[in-house]
Design a protein around this ligand. Structure first.
Ligand SMILES: Cc1cc2nc3c(=O)[nH]c(=O)nc-3n(C[C@H](O)[C@H](O)[C@H](O)COP(=O)(O)OP(=O)(O)OC[C@H]3O[C@@H](n4cnc5c(N)ncnc54)[C@H](O)[C@@H]3O)c2cc1C
Ligand code: SF4
Ligand code: SF4
Length: 414
């Protein structure tokens, strides 16, 4: 018999209830909905089936994104954006720990009964494990990025059974889309949604393979992040740190299906349905908050002086980088080898990219456009019938700037 998931709490106030397995679909990141008592809801609640972002944005924020308003065409509806950091930064956090601190603060102040977030498997720090947190101090166990899928929404039922009516959920975009789709039927008294952006997730097993290519002793790696300055930062359990330019990563040694089709084609990089998105892309080495609605404002206010904020800035031009990305994407999708750079040139280009590449908001716009192009190119190649219902009009507007427009069978818009 397979081992049952370990439901025992590792500290008071944090529990990982066992969740039932679910039948895998072709495009599914196991957000947890299919493990609930009503798995049929996937049909209408899944971002990979027939999402309606305009309707969901209107339901959550009171209006859909307005392409004429600031940067909403790229980042979804928002009231304001800030560059931010938590002071002091929290040990073990992915950046400065704003996401977990917000949830901790809600518990400390009694604004919620419980938080649904993602901790680590007791035997593998990189393997995500959804948890129900009721003790503020236990939020520390959720700090840091894990790689893999966590059936977070499967915890909605155990949380309800425990009598938790006021909840906060810390989630990635594919989890948050489904959560918003079923929010009205949950009958909650209050729900705070703290979202992070998400891109290039993969299975925990694949991620271990990648760590093995980076270092002969991958078990010593405790932290990894793809930074906005085009470097991957790797930290070790003995305090060592390495900064590897993107161009020197062993990407060509990864199998073609290293990133699942879901994560190559999801269309909501910036978590447009969260109350507050906590990321780093436009943060220029700090964090980046997208405050989307009144509840998001409330979350930011609760941090008071702990949160140091600045106006976000923008520099450089993204068009060349995005066009180059599209050329490589189409060559790779067409089965051609991507143009490789001689090894001797890589360190030089790796050194130059952070100096001349887009920065701040322009970097974030570039990444959102790249992700939109990636979604279209990969769906065209691997699941063309999905395009019509899965790719929303706002994504086609972004790709149109690079000459990628829908055929009549690829869109519902007339
Ligand atoms: C796979 C992945 C890819 C990401 N890519 C980007 C990106 O391209 N650009 C960007 O700006 N941000 C990205 N993020 C978010 C980023 O890693 C940070 O989580 C975010 O900037 C908040 O930092 P923090 O210090 O405030 O978070 P912390 O306080 O350290 O909290 C991190 C939170 O993330 C949640 N979490 C961790 N791993 C997972 C997981 N596998 N699934 C679901 N939730 C999880 C935990 O619940 C925790 O509360 C990504 C996150 C993940 C999980
Ligand atoms: S809603 Fe969640 S569980 Fe259901 S198919 Fe989509 S990702 Fe999978
Ligand atoms: S990249 Fe997209 S589909 Fe994959 S885990 Fe992140 S939000 Fe979900």
């Amino acid at each position: 018999m397979p081992d049952a998931p370990d439901p025992s709490p590792r500290s008071p106030g944090i529990e990982a209830p066992a969740v039932a397995p679910s039948a895998p679909r072709k495009l599914c990141t196991d957000c947890g909905l299919s493990r609930t008592a009503a798995p049929g809801r996937c049909g209408t609640a899944c971002q990979f089936i027939r999402p309606d972002y305009a309707a969901s944005e209107t339901a959550v924020h009171g209006r859909a994104r307005d392409p004429e308003r600031g940067d909403e065409a790229f980042f979804g509806p928002y009231r304001r954006m800030v560059q931010a950091r938590l002071e002091p930064a929290r040990a073990g956090a992915q950046w400065t720990g704003i996401a977990t601190r917000l949830a901790e603060k809600l518990l400390e102040e009694g604004a919620v009964d419980a938080v649904l977030a993602v901790g680590s498997d007791p035997d593998d720090r990189w393997r995500p494990r959804p948890v129900i947190v009721t003790d503020p101090a236990a939020m520390a166990e959720c700090r840091g990025m894990k790689m893999g899928y966590a059936p977070l929404l499967a915890l909605l039922e155990p949380a309800a059974a425990a009598g938790h009516r006021r909840l906060a959920v810390v989630g990635i975009p594919c989890q948050v889309y489904a959560l918003r789709a079923i929010e009205a039927e949950l009958g909650l008294e209050r729900l705070y949604v703290i979202g992070t952006p998400c891109s290039d997730n993969t299975t925990t097993e694949n991620f271990h393979h990648f760590l093995g290519l980076l270092d002969p002793a991958p078990e010593r790696i405790t932290y990894l992040e793809f930074r906005a300055d085009f470097h991957v930062e790797v930290r070790y359990d003995d305090g060592r740190k390495r900064e590897i330019p993107f161009l020197q990563l062993p990407i060509s040694k990864l199998p073609a299906d290293f990133f699942p089709l879901t994560c190559r084609t999801c269309v909501d990089y910036t978590n447009a349905l969260a109350d507050l998105t906590v990321g780093y892309m436009a943060g220029r080495g700090e964090q980046w908050l997208v405050v989307r609605n009144e509840r998001g404002e409330e979350l930011v206010e609760r941090l008071g002086d702990e949160l140091r904020v600045k106006e976000p800035t923008s520099a450089g031009k993204r068009a060349g980088a995005v066009k180059g990305f599209l050329v490589n994407l189409e060559r790779a999708a067409g089965g051609l080898p991507t143009r490789s750079m001689p090894n001797w040139l890589r360190p030089l280009v790796g050194w130059l990219m952070p100096k001349v590449g887009p920065k701040g908001l322009e970097f974030a716009r570039a990444r959102v456009e790249m992700k939109a192009l990636e979604a279209v190119v990969h769906l065209r190649r691997e699941a063309p019938r999905k395009l019509r219902h899965m790719v929303p009009p706002h994504v086609w507007r972004l790709t149109a700037a690079y000459g990628v427009t829908p055929t009549s069978s690829e869109t519902r818009e007339r």
